[in-house]
Design a protein around this ligand. Structure first.
Ligand code: CO
Length: 424
């Protein structure tokens, strides 16, 4: 069954994609396996009709594309998702000693996590390091293969814990790393994993991650839970669609996976950077199309911004809009916002509906309650740099930004089917 195949593959993807660096590296590997070739931003680009390529920036954002067989620049069909999830970054000079008895780690929050979900569970530490090898700086992915735990205070010592306790990130959320004998060993562990000498380690970006594996559950296997579903499930959907699809006859198919969505996207590799614009322009140049051809193509292009959406909560159905209520397994979601936090319009929704019809899938609708602000996402931010007709979609899920999120097992294959149709 397709449904189970994709969920199983998503499980393996999430397990390896423990940080945005790991997610992008894994995406690059899967693209290579599917016949895509890597391009570097620093190289001159040569592209062939029917060719498939990818380029990454900062090791944490990646854009894959395929050149149409016609080799004429007609339009871009773009799917966007994000590689990052809320987590905690390990600070420089990480070790904090407690009375010479414990070593804990100094961390800071990244994005808007549901803080309580990170306590009392085994957590890993992974990311990337920069080492000097033969006079050059090289980047390496690392996993410290260690477990840390952020322990709760016992209820006897914190009687308000169940009365809406306010967590202090500098006090309550520092993970316990080791006992007295662990003093000085954190940096040593990083250096050892980096395979660098004492002075060889030049830089690091390390974060906590939840190592829990994807679990399918429910009497009919209707649900699954895993870390980082927002938004790696959408990134995985886009990746499946672009790798499975034959090259389009006339559109340049593009998959853009951006880092830093959870902190506002305004970085050199985020959706609020020129990364997408730069890549589209370079595709235009490599296809030997004129600047005018580019703007004509942009006017014919379409963007599907894919970021997870809130399903109706079983214990808090009142938090959803009165009649725009997506449920798990009701299909992926089209998101609307009058204030344009989501880019969907009647016009772009019409195009999407037509796509869904051809793909044989149906979509649900999401709108925030009018008295709730809701979140923002990639579509409107990316539109500030490359302004094209777009729609916001997402997989319905529960507990967004928890260390362990839940979604339906049926919706993913529907979204992939829609994206495949889009890339045709
Ligand atoms: Co998201």
């Amino acid at each position: 069954m397709k449904k189970d195949k994709y969920i199983k593959e998503l499980g393996s993807f999430l397990k390896e994609a423990k940080t945005p660096y790991h997610a992008v590296s894994l995406t690059a590997q899967l693209l290579t396996k599917a016949g895509f070739s890597e391009l570097a931003e620093s190289d001159a680009w040569q592209v062939k009709p029917g060719g498939r390529y990818y380029v990454s920036r900062n090791g944490s954002s990646i854009i894959a594309f395929s050149v149409p067989k016609s080799s004429k620049l007609h339009s871009f069909s773009i799917v966007a998702a994000h590689s990052d999830s809320p987590t905690f970054r390990v600070k420089e000079n990480a070790e904090l000693a407690v009375a010479g008895q414990y070593v804990k780690l100094n961390i800071e929050g990244y994005g808007g996590a549901i803080l309580s979900t990170w306590l009392d569970r085994p957590l890993g530490i992974a990311g990337r390091v920069f080492v000097e090898e033969e006079g050059r700086i090289t980047e390496k992915l690392v996993d410290l293969d260690t477990t840390v735990v952020i322990p709760n205070l016992a209820i006897h010592m914190n009687r308000e814990i169940n009365d809406g306790y306010k967590w202090n990130k500098q006090v309550d959320l520092l993970p316990l790393f080791g006992g007295s004998e662990a003093a000085g060993s954190f940096d040593k562990a990083v250096i050892a994993k980096a395979g660098a000498g004492k002075n060889g380690l030049l830089g690091k970006d390390l974060v906590l991650y939840c190592p829990e594996e994807l679990k399918v559950w429910g009497p009919k296997g209707e649900f699954c839970s895993a870390p980082r579903l927002d938004d790696l499930a959408s990134a995985f959907a886009g990746l499946s669609a672009i790798t499975e699809n034959p090259v389009s006859a006339d559109a340049v198919n593009v998959l853009a996976i951006f880092d830093n969505e959870e902190v506002g996207s305004l970085t050199a590799q985020g959706a609020d950077s020129t990364f997408l614009y730069d890549v589209l322009q370079r595709i235009r140049i490599a296809m030997k199309a004129s600047e005018e051809d580019y703007y004509r193509a942009i006017s014919e292009s379409f963007l599907i911004s894919a970021d997870n959406a809130h399903a109706v909560h079983p214990n808090h159905a009142e938090k959803s809009d009165e009649n725009n209520r997506p449920y798990l397994n009701g299909g992926f979601v089209v998101k609307y916002s009058a204030n344009q936090k989501y880019t969907t319009s009647g016009k772009s929704a019409a195009y999407l509906k037509k796509l869904c019809k051809s793909a044989g899938v149906t979509a649900q609708v999401f709108a925030n309650r009018s008295d709730m602000a809701g979140g923002s996402t990639l579509g409107n931010i990316s539109n500030a740099h490359v302004s094209i007709s777009s729609v916001d979609v997402g997989l319905p899920q529960l507990a967004m930004h928890s260390a362990y999120e839940t979604m339906g097992t049926k919706d993913l294959s529907d979204m992939i089917a829609m994206m495949r149709e889009f890339y045709k």
